[in-house]
Ligand binder design. Structure first.
Ligand code: 6LW
Length: 505
């Protein structure tokens, strides 16, 4: 199994197009602009929104659910609970986003004239059960909400009212588990029902059926699944949960989720489910998914790389950039850049990252290898830098006045791995993630995390190197991926800056 990809050249592009924990992609087009939304689970704000002009380079322009009135993640929201798969559509001059908060009343439907926001306070759909809701409008103006199962109900998207009992459209391929993630489209003379099936693990796949009306009957494609990497040694695994889109030149493409397992057997993926792009052609009015690989031929239209994301966030702005996410909520009184100019100030709520409610601000790890550093001032408390999979799986480097400790939480085990005396005052904490390049044997892990501090003269003091497998989905379970960030576990902690430096592309 390959563990890293080749660099893209002018004639190639890199997949994933939205790396890091960005699963369940849904895409829509408005003129020459494309927008994409992903799931966000227990993190606040929720549902990251991306913009692109070329389907290859994506820039996060906001989060659809960014106010407490839009997103309530109650304390009982477990990791991998909260916000599940969205559908994003452009219809009638507006953007429509439907998603599910599995911990707060089910589906939420929100609209915006600008996908960067603001998005409306969502309406609820109490008559629509399930997860993975999709929206499609027919020529008569009926709005059909189709969801995992696969079932469908007509709704009023302005009020959330639903009409009639659910109607079963298709159960997917006989004996395949978890028919889900439906998306319904009118393309040419047919209505197409695209679904995921086989479960979101290694058996994942995409299948499709077609009919003459949005309500069926639907005839399955004889070539189903039209995409799966199950049972292969392909470096992109768990491929499924697709959504279709037409490119600027009229060609068709699919965005989908996949993972990049590393290490030996069984392969551990640490970045969660990421968003990939694959070409689609049509044969006999059925879509055929083309080459999906880590490095793909560049499409023929002009590519427009977005602004290069700066390595450093200096916390000079009054609002945090949209990539920053917190656990379940982010009250201004515990997280602010306004208290000490040019610094991020965190006031502790919980006592550690083992707690459900803890002051944490992080960003998704998006590269298999990367270096993360932050300048922390722990004079008024205790806090640090952490790599988090969930409450039970995280590695932390924590500073208090005069001391730095490395903590590891793996399932029920808590360990202080190392400690180091430091002079009082601000200091730089560093975590370096290195994807393994060679397998020593079948049990080699996917990556290593080297954790330490920088002396005032800049010398790096390594405190430990830990195996990354324990912060992988194959160990921790769930639907998310690694998030790296800053936290406060006692008192008040200030961070002057945070660097995230990719060490691969
Ligand atoms: C998503 C569903 C799924 O809603 O995982 O396994 C859920 N399948 O399609 C969370 O991503």
């Amino acid at each position: 199994m390959r563990v890293s990809s080749m660099p893209a050249t002018a004639s190639t592009i890199n997949n994933p197009v939205v790396p890091g924990f960005h699963p369940d992609p849904s895409i829509c087009q408005a003129g020459s602009d494309y927008y994409l939304a992903c799931s966000s689970f227990e993190y606040f704000p929720g549902v990251p929104i991306f913009h692109s002009r070329d389907l290859v380079h994506w820039t996060q322009i906001g989060n659809a659910l960014e106010r407490p009135s839009q997103l309530r993640l109650p304390p009982e929201t477990t990791s991998s609970g909260g916000i599940y798969a969205p559908t994003l559509r452009h219809h009638d001059g507006r953007f429509w986003l439907i998603t599910t908060n599995v911990n707060d009343g089910g589906h939420l439907l929100s609209t915006a004239t600008d996908p960067a926001g603001p998005w409306s306070d969502p309406i609820r759909l109490p008559g629509v059960p399930g997860i993975d809701p999709d929206l499609a409008w027919d020529d008569e103006g009926n709005c059909w909400c189709t969801y995992a199962g696969v079932e469908q109900i007509r709704i009023d998207p302005h009020t959330g009212e639903s009409f009639g009992p659910p109607r079963r459209l298709w159960s997917g391929t006989p004996h395949a588990k978890a028919p889900e993630a439906p998306h319904l489209y009118r393309i040419g003379d047919y209505w197409y029902l695209l679904i995921a099936e086989g479960g979101t693990e290694r058996g994942h796949g995409v299948s499709i059926a077609r009919g003459r009306t949005p309500n069926g009957p639907f005839e399955p494609c004889p070539a189903n699944p039209i995409l799966t990497h199950r049972g292969t040694d392909h470096p992109i695994q768990n491929t499924g949960h697709g959504d279709l889109v037409q490119a600027p030149d009229g060609s068709w493409w699919m965005v989908l989720l996949g993972v990049r397992p590393g290490g030996g057997t069984p392969g551990w993926h640490v970045l969660g489910r990421e968003t990939f792009l694959a070409p689609v052609s049509w044969v006999d009015d059925w879509p055929v998914v083309g080459e999906l690989s880590l490095v793909m031929p560049a499409p023929p239209w002009p590519l427009q790389p977005g602004a290069v994301t700066p390595v450093r966030d200096d916390f000079d702005l009054s609002e945090l950039a949209p990539c920053w996410i917190s656990l379940r909520r982010r009250p201004a009184e515990t997280c602010t850049t306004k208290e000490r100019a040019g610094w991020l100030t965190l006031h502790a709520r919980g006592g550690s990252l083992d707690d459900h409610d803890v002051t944490f601000v992080g960003r998704r790890q998006q590269h298999l290898s990367c270096r993360v550093r932050t300048l922390i001032d722990p004079a008024e408390g205790r806090g640090g830098l952490a790599v988090r999979l969930d409450e039970q799986h995280h590695y932390d480097i924590e500073a208090a006045s005069g001391e730095v400790r490395v903590l590891a939480r793996i399932g029920p085990l808590h360990t202080v791995v190392a400690s180091h005396a430091m002079p009082a005052g601000p200091l730089v904490l560093r975590i370096e993630v290195a994807a393994v390049q060679e397998l020593n044997d079948a049990r080699t892990g996917p990556d290593t995390l080297t954790i330490g501090v920088e002396e005032p003269n800049g010398t790096f003091v390594e405190l430990t190197t830990l195996d990354g497998r324990y912060l992988s989905t194959e160990v921790a379970g769930g639907f998310t991926g690694r998030v790296i960030g800053m936290y406060a576990s006692a008192g008040t902690i200030h961070f002057d800056w945070f660097d995230y430096e990719p060490l691969d592309h």
